[in-house]
Design a protein around this ligand. Structure first.
Ligand SMILES: Cc1cc2nc3c(=O)[nH]c(=O)nc-3n(C[C@H](O)[C@H](O)[C@H](O)COP(=O)(O)OP(=O)(O)OC[C@H]3O[C@@H](n4cnc5c(N)ncnc54)[C@H](O)[C@@H]3O)c2cc1C
Length: 354
């Protein structure tokens, strides 16, 4: 694998587009990035100013990017990854046009549409800071590069809360999952642990009941609705560990167990499990604009019907907003709407007297 020098994307040198410069070969994700490389190398003027910057490349941001190209908006996409949460969905059965598709397959189609059919400038990096400045916004990346745009779409989605314990990153998707997943074949007849005490955790337990051998439900506090707790408490294959926290996850190539400890006390237990399902909540990735726009009590960005926020020129779309329904199709629709609203905003700016 090589890195596209323009957008930072990992590319396969056997299939990627290439260009030679100063006797060195460079590889690119797309014709668009190759062209930018050749232009910027010759002119020595990397672009840092756009009409629109889209932050976040999940379904909302990628759709906004495709629409931005279709609407001829001079736009730039800045994202930590291409796909967002949808990559973690093993079975998408509620996206129009497909009876069934996996999250990675759907994401690949989104990426393809962006890179090959509706190219806009893009960079795989993290937005670290957003400032409202005269005439627009400055966006600074984690590599301390600053970009300016007259408008922004924030589509940074949500992140599953993590436990922050050893082994958690290492075994992610190798037996360790966040929330509910569709394909449970890898834990059929095996022992599993569900971490969390809320309704989501209890619903995962209900779903696992007939599939797995034993379920360990581990929580600081069982806070799920009493009716739900009552429903699971008679499951013969369920052991509840209330007042425990996870210390670490272990395994060789895939997860094989975890250690838990009593919150009040030193008692430690080792459990052998093939799967762990962590359900300790989700949080909107909205902190970047906490000084700039209005939030609701969940920390979601409050938007109007056209995805506008309390800050003129700053639009938001998808799971990071207070829009009802956290789904791929809804996030995509909101992304399209945000791009259309940005176009109108930019047209109005041009018409406005100086
Ligand atoms: C396991 C799982 C299964 C799911 N299954 C389904 C399903 O079957 N059907 C369905 O409809 N929905 C499903 N969902 C929900 C669906 O994935 C989300 O509703 C959807 O992805 C939201 O899209 P989004 O673009 O708003 O945000 P996200 O998908 O969260 O994307 C946000 C993007 O922003 C980027 N980002 C965040 N912060 C920054 C930053 N500071 N700088 C740059 N980039 C940043 C992220 O890297 C990511 O690319 C599932 C979710 C999960 C977790």
């Amino acid at each position: 694998m090589k890195k596209d020098p323009i957008c930072n994307m990992d590319v396969d040198e056997r299939t990627a587009l290439a260009a030679e410069c100063d006797s060195k070969i460079y590889y690119f994700c797309s014709e668009g990035c190759r062209e930018r490389f050749l232009t910027e190398t010759v002119c020595e003027l990397p672009r840092t100013s756009y009409d629109l910057i889209i932050i976040g490349g999940g379904p909302a941001g990628l759709t906004a990017a495709v629409y931005a190209d279709m609407l001829k908006i001079d736009a730039f996409l800045l994202t930590k990854d291409l796909g967002g949460q949808a990559i973690d969905s093993t079975k998408v059965e509620n996206y129009m046009g497909y009876d069934f598709i996996t999250g990675p397959e759907l994401t690949e189609k989104f990426q393809h549409q962006l890179i090959y059919s509706h190219y806009i400038d893009h960079l795989i990096s993290e937005a670290d800071k957003i400032e409202a400045v005269q005439g627009g916004f400055n966006v600074t990346t984690s590599e301390l590069k600053t970009y300016f745009a007259r408008s922004l779409i924030i589509s940074t989605g949500m992140t599953r809360r993590k436990l922050d314990v050893p082994g958690e990153e290492e075994f992610q998707r190798k037996g360790l999952f966040y929330g509910n997943i569709q394909d449970l074949s890898f834990v059929t007849g095996e022992d599993v642990a569900v971490i969390g005490g809320g309704n989501s955790a209890v619903q995962i337990v209900e779903k696992m009941r007939t599939v797995v051998k034993n379920i360990h439900l581990i929580s600081d506090r069982l806070s799920a609705d009493p009716s739900l707790v009552a429903r699971i408490s008679h499951f013969e294959n369920l052991k509840m560990y209330e007042g425990y926290r996870v210390i670490d996850f272990r395994g060789e190539n895939a997860l094989s167990g975890l250690t838990i400890r009593k919150t009040a006390g030193e008692e430690t237990l080792n459990q052998s499990v093939r799967g762990v399902f962590i359900a300790i909540g989700l949080e909107p990735n909205s902190h970047l604009v906490s000084d700039v726009v209005e939030f609701n009590e969940k920390g979601e960005i409050v938007i109007g019907p056209d995805c506008s926020t309390s800050c003129p020129g700053l639009f938001a779309a998808g799971d990071v907003t207070d829009a009802f329904g956290k789904r791929i199709i809804i996030a995509s629709g909101e992304g399209a709407k945000a791009a259309m609203a940005v176009r109108q905003y930019l047209l109005d700016l041009r018409k406005a007297p100086d």
